[in-house]
Design a protein around this ligand. Structure first.
Ligand code: SAM
Ligand code: SF4
Length: 471
């Protein structure tokens, strides 16, 4: 069990104090902005980052800033970065270059950059030397400290860089203003202990730490009381939750406890690791109505040879056995996955095996990636596959995958699904079904944030369209 190296209450008090001080400075300086100051917040990467950004968004709102979607209109620009693949990093450098020109005519603009990429020393070094117009740099472990860093910059007007090499504890209690008030992401673990050889996450997010169950249940209950309709439990490997506790309380227990809360909501989680998928988690998904019959089960590769090289800790056969068990126990289960193409040692026959696996599992959808070498990971030293070969293999895999996804969407015609409505535009509503498909249908704005039954009348290639079923 992790022992926090600081007093959480003190951190929250400090954080609030800094927010208040920033607000006072902002009010004093309103003549500089000529209006209420605005922030532009852009998030890259996974749902962890999205959730971190909700906290950053809340801190900025509390400090007196308003959000804008226009860079030109912004007085403060904050990039929450990702470093999972090289193109995610390149985008950031491109954006920072573009901002330099904007800042030339808007000297008071504050540029802040945080997130996974900032946990990489070479990235911080590059920003220090090449992007001197950046004002604040911080990492994933001290996100809660953003108001203090902003305050320091406002007072001293010098570049502030503060990146912690590792976590000093889990900060609970940062207020979160959710953009979608009906959906709440809840971190249950931070970091990862798996060391997949391609992956940078253990280096940027640190070792795995589980949040105590009481604080998770308290947070979930608070959100449900506020009317939240979907809870999404988040972690890099949710089903190793509790492995660091000195008492016996695991992910299956947490799932059951959350699903037993007496409110009208649905429960999702991401991401489970195939190697840790225990029977009690499968049984909980089957037995509890509130848990969606949907599992995201990253496979990454289709052959045991490549899986071993990736250090995924399961074989192709074990993965297939798990899928068989899930399908046998859970009726109408939807499965999605993550796939990496072009990982070192992959040959054409490994891609053939992956395509066979895709056809066997019949994934409802998948996130597909071309392998990107990450500095500091073991796979950096492996013999690499040429880019043109990776791209050809990727296209071959994607064609096979799309065939399945399109067919499975077509099979939804005539079925009725329950949708949690996310947004409204021009008479049309959009939301996600319990089976995690994007569904659009006609309706009015008052339906946003509610569950609706929808008859699927027009399946499209990668989404569904239907009509509202009157209840
Ligand atoms: N923890 C989750 C898991 O194990 O499935 C996902 C973490 S990661 C943020 C999301 C996905 O990015 C991974 O599942 C993998 O498919 C992909 N990914 C990670 N590192 C990559 C790399 N170096 N190149 C390409 N894709 C990568
Ligand atoms: Fe990365 Fe593997 Fe951990 Fe997922 S399980 S975050 S892919 S190291």
């Amino acid at each position: 069990m992790l022992i926090d190296e600081f007093d959480i209450n003190e951190v929250i008090i400090e954080n609030q104090k800094a927010i208040n001080e920033v607000r006072n400075i902002i009010i004093e300086n309103e003549h500089i902005y000529g209006k209420k100051p605005k922030f532009f917040l852009k998030t890259y990467g996974c749902q962890m980052n999205e959730h971190d950004s909700e906290k950053l968004y809340s801190m900025l709102r509390m400090a007196g800033f308003e959000e804008t979607t226009s860079l030109e209109d912004a007085d403060l620009v904050l990039y929450n970065t990702c470093t999972i693949r090289a193109n995610a990093e390149n985008k950031i450098y491109g954006n920072l270059g573009h901002l330099k020109a904007i800042k030339r005519n808007k000297k008071h603009m504050i540029i802040a950059i945080c997130g996974c990429m900032m946990q990489r020393e070479h990235a911080v070094e590059r920003i220090k030397t090449t992007y001197k117009h950046v004002n604040i740099v911080f990492g994933t472990h001290n996100l809660h400290d953003f108001p203090n860093l902003l305050l320091k910059y406002l007072k001293e007007k010098k570049m502030v860089i503060d990146v912690w090499k590792k976590s000093k504890g889990i900060v609970e209690g940062i207020k979160v203003v959710r953009k979608k008030p009906h959906k709440a992401f809840i971190n249950i673990t931070y970091g990862c202990n798996n060391w997949c050889t391609y992956c940078i996450v253990p280096l940027t997010r640190g070792r795995e730490r589980s949040r105590p169950k009481d604080s998770i249940l308290k947070e979930v209950t608070m959100f449900l009381r506020q009317g939240v309709k979907e809870i999404i439990l988040l972690g890099q490997n949710v089903n190793s939750y509790g492995n660091d506790f000195d008492y016996d309380y695991k992910f299956g227990d947490l799932l059951k406890d959350v699903a037993s809360l007496d409110f009208d909501f649905r429960l999702n989680f991401m991401t489970p690791h195939p190697k840790d998928f225990s029977d009690d988690v499968i049984d909980a998904i089957r037995d509890y109505d509130k848990i969606n019959k949907y599992v995201h089960l990253p496979v990454q590769a289709g052959s045991t040879k490549v899986l071993k090289k990736m250090n995924r800790s399961y074989t192709r056969e074990e993965y297939v056995t798990l899928v068989d068990k899930l399908k046998a126990k859970i009726k109408d289960l939807s499965i999605s996955t993550d796939i990496i193409i072009g990982f070192p040692s992959e040959e054409e026959e490994d891609v053939d095996m992956l395509i066979d696996l895709i056809k066997y599992v019949e994934y409802d959808t998948a996130f597909t990636f071309i392998y990107s070498v990450r500095e500091g990971t073991p796979a950096e030293k492996f013999e690499q596959i040429p880019e043109d070969v990776k791209h050809k293999r990727f296209d071959r895999m994607l064609a096979a995958l799309n065939e399945i996804v399109i067919r499975k969407n077509a099979e939804m015609k005539g079925k009725t699904v329950r949708v949690l409505v996310d947004s409204y535009s021009n008479g049309m509503l959009t939301g996600r079904s319990d089976c995690n498909r994007n569904v659009t249908f006609e309706g009015d704005e008052s339906m946003v944030g509610t569950f609706k039954k929808v008859l699927i009348t027009r399946p499209k290639k990668f989404s569904l369209s239907g009509t509202l079923v009157e209840e």
